[in-house]
Design a protein. Structure first.
Ligand code: FEO
Length: 171
């Protein structure tokens, strides 16, 4: 059974994961409007991944006999200054999510809830990947600078991303 503090904190995280999805959909729509369909596709895959994260938390709450309570999702930003600024915002966002996961781990440990601590370790590793993938695009976009050719190549590469739920997410 989950204690109420942990149940509330995971419910907040479910909201944060769904917000992340909403944010990436919004970033994808920005890229559509900027004729960067590859980056839009990347964001779409990222948005789907975030919903899988939310689902993973929801399944866990249910498994532990808790209650998932959905709250309103905040409106995400709709405009960014450039493609680079959008990915910088995505990287910033992932760093914030990593802090939230770290806080959850600290809470689980202070409450002696080692099952939740163990469950959260998947997200600790996932955040390494989340920060790395947004960071990689930021670095490439910085290198390409204002070059139209460079930006075209990056957009093409980003368009190769497809959403495939990792086996670990399908448990
Ligand atoms: Fe669900 Fe991008 O962290």
């Amino acid at each position: 059974m989950l204690n109420s503090k942990i149940e509330k904190a995971i419910n907040n995280q479910i909201n944060a994961e769904i917000y992340s999805s909403y944010l990436y959909v919004s970033m994808g729509m920005y890229f559509e409007s900027a004729d960067m369909s590859g980056a839009a596709k990347w964001m779409n895959a990222q948005a789907q991944e975030e919903l899988v994260h939310a689902e993973k938390f929801m399944n866990y709450v249910n498994e532990r006999g808790g209650r998932v309570v959905l709250e309103a999702i905040e409106k995400p930003p709709v405009e960014w200054k450039s493609g680079l600024a959008t990915f910088e915002a995505a990287l910033d966002h992932e760093r914030k999510v990593s802090s939230l996961i770290n806080e959850l781990v600290s809470l689980a440990r202070s409450e002696n809830d080692y099952m939740t601590d163990n469950f959260l370790q998947w997200f600790v590793s996932e955040q390494v990947e989340e920060e790395a993938s947004a960071g990689e695009v930021v670095r490439k976009m910085r290198l390409a600078g204002e070059s139209g050719g460079g930006r075209f190549m990056i957009d093409k590469e980003l368009g190769l991303r497809v959403f495939t739920p990792p086996a670990a997410l399908q448990e």
